[in-house]
Design a protein around this ligand. Structure first.
Ligand SMILES: Cc1cc2nc3c(=O)[nH]c(=O)nc-3n(C[C@H](O)[C@H](O)[C@H](O)COP(=O)(O)OP(=O)(O)OC[C@H]3O[C@@H](n4cnc5c(N)ncnc54)[C@H](O)[C@@H]3O)c2cc1C
Length: 450
């Protein structure tokens, strides 16, 4: 549905991850919404323990094969680079340690890395000379990484990328949003959206009126913005458009001297396997995989009460649901192999913690930022596809531009509601490792912890 001609008198944003929280801040500071009541609701008190936006670290890179995301990420990096005490990148929130982006020649991921190199060279212009450097052999890669190991056999190093402490970044955003004094922060779980019934006089004019909460109360709003990350497909039917996929992360402890040493390494990401290591912080090193992930199919009633029957959707399962949840053996094995290859001296160090973190994947890895075509008063801000965090300082403004009907031209087709459903959502943006089609329960059954 199109935006209304006048600003809504009330907006309910559901989900206070990067997408929801940044939207609330942008609405609160935009003059056209000065008379709009803004409610931001999350099922967990901030910071959400299992939201995708909260973790030890997230890669901050403009290294994209798609020039539109590369340019948007470069604009976000300008904020990350502001390092004063009261800036986003200050107090250790952001570290520009460089990124070694590699692939295995002739395999999936190589094209992504080549296009990405072209894009970052263009963005950096003359600054890229002598800094962004092609790594033509495994030996070059190992030297650039400096840990005694490496990965892949071709790639490049971009010293203008780095990583952020994800929780610190979100806390900064939260403080900024609070300081506007314009946002009401609410904690409650949405059990379903509140749909208007089909009226015989206006059969094509259904609305989302707000949300029903777990305590049986309801919240009403002129405009409801759904930003519930990987939980979104459980609240509105997104079959063939977006799905939740679980990704593996394993953590190991370092001594103080190892922490000091490896803190200087660049981020290392292999786009053929999806495996990556981000430099450690607070004595914890993370090894993870950017992959097709696991699905967790569950049968639920169709979220629209007027649609009869049940639908099957992939629903996140996190440590909040099962405190003993450990990654499947195949995922742990992949992380172990990556550790042995990337930092050989730590290769056999046991993992002290693991986590399954959930992407909201779309077919091409594009975000979904648009009005729902069937319901008035209903907007979606989701589809992070495993790469949304870095846009923290800029994505809220873009989302609100879309709410006002002014989607940036370069993202017009990309962020729009897809007319056609695909049969199975498998993100093919050229960056994913692992194999598609893995089901969490099946993989968990295959093996206990190594
Ligand atoms: C393992 C992993 C690694 C990643 N690495 C990177 C990276 O290196 N760089 C990068 O840029 N991006 C990365 N990403 C992607 C990035 O983290 C996500 O795209 C982004 O955080 C998504 O934000 P979100 O607001 O959509 O979702 P979330 O942060 O998950 O927020 C959704 C919120 O909705 C709330 N919610 C859910 N259901 C309900 C309900 N029923 N009622 C009320 N509230 C509800 C949740 O509590 C949560 O707080 C990674 C993601 C993962 C999982």
């Amino acid at each position: 549905m199109a935006p209304s001609s006048s600003p809504p008198s009330s907006i309910l944003i559901i989900g206070s991850g990067v997408f929801g929280l940044s939207t609330a801040l942008a609405l609160a500071t935009r003059p056209s919404f000065k008379n709009t009541r803004i409610n931001l609701l999350d099922r967990s008190p901030f910071p959400s323990p299992d939201g995708s936006s909260i973790d030890t670290s997230r890669i901050i890179r403009a290294d994209y094969s798609d020039p539109a995301y590369a340019a948007l990420a470069a604009s976000a990096q300008e904020f990350w680079r502001q390092q004063g005490d009261s800036d986003l990148g200050g107090q250790g929130s952001y570290s520009e340690c460089g990124l070694v982006l590699v692939a295995d020649k002739g395999k999936q991921g190589e094209k992504y890395v080549r296009e990405s190199l072209e894009n970052v060279r263009k963005i950096s212009g003359s600054q890229s000379e002598g800094t962004i450097r092609e790594l033509k052999t495994r030996k070059d890669i190992n030297e650039a990484v400096g840990t005694g190991g490496g990965s892949g056999d071709w790639g490049y190093i971009n010293p203008q990328s780095g990583w952020a402490d994800a929780e610190k970044g979100m806390k900064y955003l939260h403080r900024k949003a609070e300081s506007t004094g314009r946002i009401t922060f609410l904690t409650s779980e949405v059990v379903s959206l509140l749909f208007s019934p089909t009226s015989t006089s206006t059969p094509n004019n259904r609305r989302v009126l707000g949300a029903k909460l777990k305590d049986s109360t309801s919240l009403h709003a002129d405009l409801t913005i759904l930003a519930t990350g990987a939980w979104t497909p459980s609240l509105i039917d997104l079959r063939g458009r977006a799905t939740a996929t679980g990704q593996v992360l394993c953590y190991l402890s370092l001594t103080a001297s190892e922490q000091e040493r490896f803190a200087k390494m660049p981020v290392l990401l292999n786009m053929s396997t999806g495996l990556f290591i981000i430099p450690p912080s607070n004595g914890i090193l993370k090894v993870a995989r950017h992959s097709y992930g696991y699905s967790n199919p569950v049968s639920i009633p169709n979220p629209d009460p007027e649609e009869k029957g049940r639908i099957q959707v992939s629903v996140p399962r996190t440590a909040r649901d099962d405190p003993n949840l450990w990654v499947p053996e195949e995922g742990e094995r992949a992380c172990r192999q990556a550790l042995r290859e990337m930092i050989p001296e730590l290769g056999d160090r046991p993992f002290v913690k693991s986590k399954i973190c959930w992407y909201t994947d779309t077919p091409e890895g594009n975000f979904l930022i648009d009005y729902h075509p069937e319901f008035e008063g209903f907007f979606l801000a989701t589809g992070g596809s495993g790469h949304g965090y870095k846009f923290l300082p800029v994505i809220g403004e873009k989302i609100v531009d879309c709410v006002e009907g002014r989607c940036p031209v370069e993202f017009k087709g990309k962020w729009a509601w897809r007319e056609e459903r695909v049969e199975n959502v498998v993100t093919e943006d050229g960056s994913r490792g692992g194999r598609p089609g893995m089901v969490l329960d099946e993989e968990l059954r295959k093996g206990a912890r190594l």
